[in-house]
Design a protein. Structure first.
Length: 296
């Protein structure tokens, strides 16, 4: 059964189809064909024979018709069976779309990356070798402005480097990823924040939780220009998450409309809700602003 981390990593690729070719191009320096679109394709790579082959994820680069297929495999441990199925994934996808195919392996640690990178002997002087990206090869995105342009890559960077011995660097990467997630929809923003926090070492998590953004020096003009906005959004999101947790404990999980209202509320409004929910008998009483007192 796939582990939680396995599904977390795949979710980043599903949410951003261009992430797979971006990693091949920027992290592994693979020359890619010119294309106008990237789409997620069926990962069922079974051919007409009974044997079933299902990859983790398939991305297709398109220029009207497919020009390159990318099979993405998340590999958290060694598995010698993969030496037999990986070449089949590539061959079947190549036959289906009649275009070149790369296999991109996202390795859970550097030892798995070294194992996965070993060429596979197919016999007859034929060898197969995937492109492999371990944590050390994932770009370190520390600039919040750069992270905003590629939020999924920023989160992947936080996951890969969350246990770096350089705690300050881990925290800086985590902060950039969190800054990038603020501009996304509420569900993705919350999910990515959970990914980021779960990936940090205990020491880095403690420092991140107590971090004051004003103490950080931003390198880009973009980040300097928007840092005040980012700080306000970060504080508001923290308050909103706290209020949602309090509402859930008091009244049960709030509906979508209430969650949207909380996510869009100002810090002042969130503080008012936090005070009202202490005595409110219903969730509606807690979130609705009370009527002004009438003069006696």
């Amino acid at each position: 059964m796939p582990s939680q981390l396995h599904e977390v990593l795949l979710q980043l690729f599903r949410n951003r189809p261009a992430l797979a070719p971006q990693l091949l191009r920027d992290a592994l320096h693979v020359e890619l064909p010119s294309h106008t679109d990237v789409r997620i394709e069926s990962a069922d790579l079974t051919d007409i024979q009974p044997a079933e082959y299902r990859a983790d994820l398939v991305a297709l680069l398109l220029r009207q018709t497919p020009v390159l297929g990318i099979v993405v495999e998340v590999q958290l441990s060694t598995d010698e069976r993969k030496s037999f199925v990986w070449p089949a994934y590539v061959a079947n996808l190549r036959a289906r779309h009649k275009c070149p195919v790369h296999l991109l392996v996202i390795a859970g640690n550097d030892a798995v990356a070294r194992w996965a990178a070993k060429p596979i002997d197919l016999g007859g002087n034929n060898q197969f070798a995937p492109w492999v990206l371990g944590p050390a090869g994932v770009p370190e995105i520390t600039d919040p402005a750069a992270a905003q342009t590629v939020p999924e890559l920023a989160v992947l960077s936080a996951i890969a480097h969350g246990h770096d011995v350089n705690i300050d660097k881990s925290v800086q990467i985590a902060f950039a990823a969190q800054f990038a997630s603020l501009g996304l929809d509420v569900d993705r923003s919350k999910m990515y924040f959970d990914f980021i926090m779960a990936s940090l070492s205990e020491a880095a998590r403690g420092k991140f939780e107590n971090m004051q953004p004003a103490n950080y020096v931003y390198q880009s003009d973009f980040a300097k220009r928007y840092v005040a906005q980012g700080e306000a959004l970060g504080e508001a999101k923290g308050r909103a998450d706290l209020v949602l947790r309090q509402l859930t404990l008091r009244f049960g999980p709030p509906g979508d409309a209430v969650q949207r209202q909380i996510a869009q509320a100002s810090i002042s409004e969130l503080n008012d809700i936090g005070e009202r929910l202490l005595t409110a008998s219903t969730i509606q009483e807690a979130i609705e602003r009370g009527s002004p007192e009438q003069p006696g």
